[in-house]
Design a protein around this ligand. Structure first.
Ligand code: FAD
Ligand code: FES
Length: 295
């Protein structure tokens, strides 16, 4: 008897380091070559990077995709990351030609096709998936407003690349810093307040950055009739819905919908109370989560 398995969008392959370079403030840019059979990720999706054995870390590390380039029979996938702990420090030491296992593409990306004025909002290292979103919008001949904020100017990591991408692709950059050392003095919500009256409604926000910033954007969107898609993070072990280790609290509205429609039917999705960051997300619409309980 033949068994029909559900279609799986991701695969696990061996990737080769193509290039690795220093970025500002200790950040690194990593390019990995994977076979073209690896599904091309969309902006907002992530992969799991597993170091070759022997490795000081057992589990793979989740990483957002910052860029994808097709080169003949290969795909090059780019990452912007901070070496903050054991796994990412070993990743930072890999030389061109060395290998790492990559599983992906994983999770739900930004719904960039949604009608409205696209506003991309990046906080700190949250720039990575939004650079790719700006590229994807440009390929679809859509311009964007790009809000980039940080505590101070030295933490606007990747600003030069953002400028380059937007100059080439026609997006408008709006900078802000908490201390006023670059751009508007204030946070990204202050910029949204100033920008919104000048843009055609509805605004469709796609954002990535610290959870406190994403919560503030979600509340702003809910109060101002905008849609907001927020790329969340959680400590992740499997990245595929199996370990149940990355729950985020659903809103009452989402809970009622899941109960009514049985959206939790897949064993790899969350349950009525909790969404799994890796499979239901990492990108969530503002109405999906209970922002008072997000940590
Ligand atoms: C969907 C997703 C996308 C991500 N994309 C990026 C990215 O594009 N660039 C990037 O630099 N990082 C990204 N991260 C965070 C990255 O996965 C962690 O920094 C990494 O797992 C740390 O591993 P480590 O072994 O170096 O650190 P560990 O030794 O495991 O921990 C060192 C420190 O990092 C913190 N840490 C561990 N995991 C996370 C996490 N998931 N988020 C935040 N802090 C964490 C720990 O609390 C600890 O303080 C992403 C995380 C997720 C869930
Ligand atoms: S990381 Fe395992 S369920 Fe999300």
């Amino acid at each position: 008897m033949s068994v029909t398995l559900p279609k799986r969008a991701w695969s696990q392959v061996s990737a080769t380091v193509r290039e690795q370079r220093d970025y500002a403030e200790g950040f690194r840019w990593l390019d990995l070559d994977v076979p073209a059979s690896f599904g091309a990720p969309v902006a907002g999706q992530f992969v799991q990077l597993l170091l070759d054995s022997p490795s000081p870390v057992l589990l793979p590390r989740p990483m957002s995709v910052a860029g994808v380039t097709r080169r003949g029979s290969k795909l090059t996938i780019g990452f912007l990351y901070a070496p903050v702990g054991t796994g990412t420090r070993v990743l930072a030491s890999l030389e061109p030609g060395e290998s790492v296992h990559i599983t992906g593409p994983l999770g739900q990306g930004f719904p960039l096709e949604e009608p409205g004025t696209p506003v991309l909002v990046a906080g700190g290292r949250g720039l990575a998936p939004l650079l790719m979103a700006a590229e994807s919008l440009a390929k679809a001949r859509r311009s964007c407003e790009f809000v980039f904020g940080a505590r101070n100017k030295s933490l606007l990591i990747g600003l030069n690349v953002a400028k380059e991408v937007l100059a080439k692709r026609g997006g408008r950059l709006h900078l802000c810093t908490d201390d006023g050392s670059r751009g508007t003095k204030g946070n990204v919500v202050d910029v949204l307040d100033a920008l919104a009256p000048r843009l055609d409604a509805p605004l469709v926000i796609h954002a990535c950055g610290p959870h406190a910033m994403l919560g503030a954007i979600a509340r702003w969107a809910l109060a101002n009739g905008a849609r907001a898609h927020l790329a969340m993070e959680s400590v992740m072990a499997c990245g595929t819905g199996v370990c149940r280790g990355c729950p985020l609290p659903r809103s009452a509205e989402a809970r009622a919908r899941v109960l009514a429609t049985g959206d939790e039917a897949s064993a790899l999705q969350g349950n009525p109370d909790w969404a799994m960051c890796c499979t239901d997300g990492p990108v969530f619409e503002a109405r999906e989560l209970d922002w008072d309980r997000v940590e």
